[in-house]
Design a protein around this ligand. Structure first.
Ligand SMILES: Cc1cc2nc3c(=O)[nH]c(=O)nc-3n(C[C@H](O)[C@H](O)[C@H](O)COP(=O)(O)OP(=O)(O)OC[C@H]3O[C@@H](n4cnc5c(N)ncnc54)[C@H](O)[C@@H]3O)c2cc1C
Length: 484
């Protein structure tokens, strides 16, 4: 097995066709370009082998696969700069690749061309413990980074769960379970080195944790999904590892009781480090495949971080009171480190558990986020739509951040059923937008959410397109993403 195979944690046992189609707007990679790339990186850090191209034709979504013409593993910013300069001059598409764990087709090279896999740019370049900052290459896996940082009592909180790279997290503005307290990736990026589509290398941002100097270009590149340039280096702000934690599992009879509790906790001035909602079917699959033994009911996983056990105990008492007011049936807070780790492993394993429970199906993942006061309405609406369409779905999510995931099961080849899945998606996303929310809280637009951009952004979508045109006039960077 090629070492690049290890990028993938799991793939759905599902046959998604690979397309060779392209729009005709771009130039194909020929021997001349391959020779140029070889002169840059040598023969061992590029491949046109079928299995390598196949592995880079898909992410973790159901979207149509497309192979690149060549995969390159650069080691230096300068190599990327030279390759982008050549590609821009010859109108060859370039797609950056982190670990391929996206859920919206974000890194699929829709027009073929050159795929730059950052996996080998995986070094921690500088750790400044005194400033709580680290400078890393973009291909570093965030889990490995956190293992390294833990020896110094530090961590980088955004945690998408999958084995993602820092570059991929920056590009998708990833977040996760701990975002409710600490923030998303955008809140941790201080400066970056970016290679523009022309090959020009720029450094943006500073090492100051606050700045009012000029346009915030870091925020422009965060969430740009590789469509504006390629990030090779990132300086991240870090957090001290909390001295104490306390976790609780709370169960309810009704979904609305659970979600109203979330709203009340967030309004009460408490600051949970995690506040996750799971509906009863989701609890059922994690019980089965992640060895939990919870009652199959609407459930909240809650965690607090702090400096003293006493302070956390007081916070948990207040949470217990709020849960009681919303008729909680069980409040289990005597949770030690081992059980707490199992709970979070189960939560991170929801998608995998659904996959094992429902073989042959492919879920469409809803990733809407709304202002917290609308969370209960969003969850109720989602449940209603799934039922109305006669579909099977699971509801869970980073509730404290107003983020709801629903995995709606379907089979893309079964046209009528898949049509109902897509209609359900649209009804749920449009409801979230009417609540002042977003189509995607953390997975990005990729291919799957492009159709919601106009509705969500209105006239400002034009400005986004103009920015894209300014930075990438030939449209070579990750074409076909974000915009329809
Ligand atoms: C089981 C599972 C659970 C998940 N849970 C979460 C979650 O809780 N929260 C969450 O936010 N996400 C989640 N995800 C989605 C995914 O893990 C994140 O979006 C992650 O940030 C993708 O990182 P990656 O390294 O795999 O990037 P890739 O998927 O390889 O790429 C992502 C995008 O970034 C671009 N890109 C990659 N590297 C660079 C670079 N160096 N410069 C410029 N552009 C680049 C690519 O072109 C692509 O558009 C989950 C995925 C799975 C499979």
């Amino acid at each position: 097995m090629d070492s690049q195979d290890l990028n993938f944690e799991f793939t759905w046992a599902f046959n998604i066709q690979v397309t060779e189609k392209n729009s005709g707007k771009y130039t194909q990679v020929t021997n001349k370009e391959l020779e140029f790339i070889r002169s840059m990186v040598g023969p061992e850090r590029m491949s046109t082998g079928e299995s390598v191209l196949e592995l880079h034709s898909k992410d973790e979504s159901f979207h149509q696969r497309r192979k690149p013409d060549v995969v390159v593993w650069p080691l230096r910013t300068e190599e990327i700069s030279q390759i982008l300069k050549m590609a821009d001059e010859r109108r060859i598409p370039v797609t950056p690749w982190g670990a391929g764990t996206s859920l919206e087709g974000n890194p699929i090279p829709l027009e073929g061309g050159i795929l730059l896999d950052l996996q080998q740019m995986n070094h921690v370049l500088e750790l400044r413990t005194e400033d709580l900052q680290v400078r890393v290459e973009a291909g570093v896996l965030y889990k490995e980074l956190n293992q390294h940082l833990s020896r110094f009592g530090l961590f980088f909180p955004p945690d998408p769960g999958a084995s993602a790279t820092v570059g991929g997290m920056v590009a998708n503005n990833a977040s996760g379970i701990r975002t409710v307290k600490y923030g998303a990736t955008k809140d941790f990026v201080l400066s970056m080195v970016v290679v523009l589509p022309s090959g020009e290398v720029i450094r943006i941002g500073t090492n100051a944790t606050k700045s009012s100097s000029g346009y915030d270009l870091c925020r422009l590149f965060v969430g740009s999904e590789g469509t504006l340039g390629l990030v090779t280096e990132v300086t991240l702000r870090l957090i001290g590892l909390p001295a104490e934690f306390m976790a609780a599992v709370v169960q309810f009879d009704l979904i609305r009781e659970a979600t109203d509790t979330v709203i009340q906790i967030m309004r009460s001035g408490l600051s949970p480090a995690a506040l996750e909602f799971l509906d009863a079917p989701t609890v059922r699959v994690v019980n089965q495949f992640k060895k939990l033994s919870l009652e199959e009911r609407p459930t909240l996983f809650i965690e607090f971080h702090g400096a003293s056990a006493m302070g956390l105990k007081e916070e948990l008492e207040l949470v217990k009171e709020i849960c009681g007011e919303h008729r909680s049936l069980r409040f289990d807070s005597g949770i030690g480190r081992e059980k707490r780790n199992r709970l979070w492993e189960a939560r991170y394993g929801v998608r995998e558990s659904i996959k094992v429970n429902d073989p042959g199906f492919h879920p469409l993942v809803i990733d809407t986020a709304v202002p917290i006061s609308k969370y209960s309405d969003l969850v109720a609406w989602g449940q209603k739509i799934i039922e109305k369409k006669g579909l099977k779905g699971y509801a869970f999510g980073h509730a404290g951040s107003g983020n709801l995931h629903m995995e709606i099961l379907g089979i893309p080849e079964e046209k009528a059923q898949w049509q109902r899945v897509r209609e359900a998606e649209e009804e749920i996303v449009y409801f979230a937008l009417e609540c002042g929310g977003t189509a995607t809280g953390e997975h990005g637009i990729g291919i799957g959410k492009r159709k919601f951009m106009k509705k969500e952004h209105g006239e400002s979508l034009l400005l986004m397109k103009q920015i894209k045109k300014l930075l990438d006039p030939n449209g070579i960077m990750n074409p076909g993403k974000i915009f329809e």
